[in-house]
Design a protein around this ligand. Structure first.
Ligand code: GLY
Length: 372
């Protein structure tokens, strides 16, 4: 990246901010173009750091593990630049099962600590009676994405000189005679249309990425969430149950997720069925939490690809880079995404392992994978 050239980041969500921060820390000139940062999946998610608890497999597990290892250093850099805390909490995640056989079939069973009912009760007092076996992943954790990470990352970007355009819309990608990126069409919040010249940009528009680059097979998977206010120390571990998970923040706020609604498209809003699913999940996992006062309810759209793994790296348009499709794992994967996409943008080479990992997430890898 030459000192004078500006990199445009298309999308002001977690991936866009993480890459902007990575580039700006290295002295790059960066501008983030964003429509509504509040609808970004980074604000919607529960903030689990759960490559093992989510049962990831193959290259996605490797990517998640590498990101998990990078997160403490990444968070420290964000916090140092922002002067704000991100709310990183390496609290471990408990996955409960109805039977030991289900537990032993779990894809990451070998990487967790196997528990029987007595072991589960030692981890979580008041766990629902349905659960007779479990896996504890002490290496997994959480980060307070809504109240901590997203705001700290925005602040860190500002402190590092990143420019922001908020409330407008990226309309099109313009290519030169050789097919390379030469400009981005942008309509500002005031309605002014302009062409922003650039030869380097990152597409990080989450569930909306396919609108700018239709070759990307990305579909929205709606998730509904809610939160409750529990007593401060009532729950120490995240509980990741089938269909519902409970994520206890340091101050007792309990974030509860999430429905998974691939057929909802971009239809926003809460639904009675979705909210009932979450409430039934709370009652099954931690019955006493059903009596805790409700705080907020919200929804958002996960960006899902046919193999449910992200799309990272170069695109069919020279100069345009991709950081999208993180589906259920965006918060976990932000740190590694910033590194794998940011380093080549800075003109630096990745080490052999990182380059090999990045190559697993190319945009054109989809031929026979099943859909979301
Ligand atoms: N990672 C949890 C979710 O997407 O619901």
């Amino acid at each position: 990246m030459s000192a004078a050239s500006e990199t445009l980041i298309l999308g002001g969500g977690l991936m866009g901010l993480a890459i902007a921060h990575h580039l700006a820390r290295a002295g790059g000139r960066v501008r983030v173009l964003s429509r509504r940062r509040q609808e970004a999946a980074g604000f919607v998610a529960a903030g689990m750091l759960a490559p093992h608890a989510e049962g990831l497999e193959g290259p996605l597990l490797s990517l998640g593990q590498r990101s998990l290892a990078a997160i403490p250093g990444w968070v420290a850099r964000v916090e140092a630049d922002a002067g704000l805390r991100c709310g990183l909490r390496p609290c471990g995640i408990l996955v409960p099962f109805a039977t030991a056989a289900e537990r032993d079939r779990y894809p990451t069973a070998a990487l967790g600590e196997a528990l029987d009912r007595a072991g589960l009760e030692r981890q979580v007092a008041g766990l629902g009676p349905r659960w007779q076996a479990g896996l504890l992943f002490p290496q997994d954790g959480q980060i307070d994405n809504r109240r901590g990470l997203m705001r700290a990352l925005e602040r860190a970007c500002v402190e590092r000189g990143v420019g922001f355009e908020e409330g407008g819309e990226v309309l099109a990608l313009q290519r030169d005679g050789s097919g390379a990126l030469e400009a981005v069409g942008w309509r500002s919040a005031a309605g002014r249309q302009e062409l922003l010249r650039c030869n380097q940009a990152v597409l990080a528009c989450g569930a909306w990425s396919g609108r700018l680059l239709p070759q990307l097979p990305i579909a929205p998977v709606k998730g509904q969430m809610l939160s409750l206010q529990g007593p401060r120390q009532a729950l120490q571990r995240v509980i990741f149950g089938p269909g519902t998970y409970l994520v206890p923040r340091q101050d007792g706020l309990l974030v509860v997720g999430a429905t998974s609604e691939p057929r909802a498209g971009f239809a926003g809003g809460l639904t009675p069925d979705g909210q009932r699913q979450l409430e039934a999940g709370i009652a099954a996992l931690l019955p006493e939490a059903s009596h805790w006062p409700p705080m907020e309810r919200w929804w958002g759209f996960r960006p899902c690809t046919p193999d449910q793994a992200p799309i990272l790296g170069a695109s069919p348009i020279p100069g345009l880079w991709l950081a999208t499709g993180h589906h259920r794992n965006g918060v976990l994967l932000a740190a590694i995404t910033a590194e794998l996409v940011g380093e080549p943008l800075l003109g630096r080479s990745l080490d052999a392992d990182a380059a090999e990992l990045l190559s697993q997430f190319r945009w054109d890898r989809f031929s026979s994978a099943a859909g979301c």
